[in-house]
Design a binder for this molecule. Structure first.
Ligand code: C5P
Length: 248
């Protein structure tokens, strides 16, 4: 059954502070996006890749990807379309150009450019086995808390205002919490319906699974991988360099 990967890569990358879209920042001499596309194709479960790039960099991204494609990849289509202001808009733009034969979609952030092929295969296997939505996850090592941010300091408490950020209002049990990664896999029609529905309701989301959860469809989990970390800051870039140079 035909499977596509949609790779949102249209973020500005402001937190990385390199003055260019994050997907074009280099890791070991190659842009994050090139690593991400190469890893996606190398997983061997994807027949088509749609890269969603910043509108102002479309030609640059097309040229980059055609330069870096190996002969063995040439039977698989890689197309590039323009993204939108939010990640959900970018994913939606990618979904809009999928080939009609596509049955499964893996949505994979360019910023998680070192995700191992084994994770793609686990997600794909769960879809092929009948799951409609699948996400890779990792256990949490830190305790997390719900915090209500401080809005106004009490009279005469200027010092307090500068130090105290909020008040703890609850502590969820860590055993039931997971860190969520990509690629996230979906039945193609379900994901398109979830995006249409969310757009009609004016709802945004930080991942695609959230939109499917809204429809009451179960989302299955498989094991993620530390190498699927999202590169957001300079420190993440340094960690990714280390991961690239260490044996997997
Ligand atoms: O901003 P964040 O790190 O959460 O972005 C996750 C992924 O979504 C990145 O690969 C980024 O390029 C992409 N993105 C996008 N369009 C946007 C914002 C983010 O394709 N408008």
């Amino acid at each position: 059954m035909a499977t596509a990967a949609v790779i949102p890569a249209a973020g500005a990358g402001a937190r990385l502070g390199r003055g260019m879209p994050k997907a074009l920042v280099c890791l070991n001499g190659e842009p994050l996006l090139v690593h991400a596309v190469r890893g996606t194709l190398a997983s061997s479960v994807v027949d088509e890749v749609v890269v969603v790039a910043p509108e102002a960099h479309l030609d640059q991204v097309r040229a980059l990807l055609s330069d870096h494609r190996r002969d063995s990849d040439s039977d698989r289509a890689v197309s590039v379309v323009a993204g939108g202001p939010d990640r959900v808009d970018s994913v939606r733009a990618g979904l809009a150009v999928l080939d009609p034969t596509i049955r499964f979609v893996l949505v994979h952030d360019a910023a998680r450019c070192l995700a191992p092929g084994a994770v793609f295969r686990r997600v794909h296997q769960a879809l092929a086995g009948g799951a409609q939505a699948v996400i890779p996850v990792l256990p949490l090592v830190d305790t997390v808390k719900f915090v209500e941010p401080v809005t106004a300091a009490p009279d005469g408490a200027d010092d307090l205002e500068s130090a105290i950020q909020g008040t703890v209002v609850g502590t969820p049990s860590r055993s039931g919490l997971r860190i969520v990664q990509t690629p996230q896999g979906f039945d193609r029609e379900l994901l398109q319906r979830a995006h249409r529905d969310a757009a009609a309701a004016g709802i945004s989301a930080t991942d695609d699974a959230m939109l499917v959860e809204r429809l009451g469809v179960p989302v299955a989990t498989v094991a993620g991988d530390e190498r699927s970390m999202k590169i957001t800051s300079r420190k993440d870039l340094a960690i990714a360099e280390l991961l690239l140079s260490s044996p997997s």
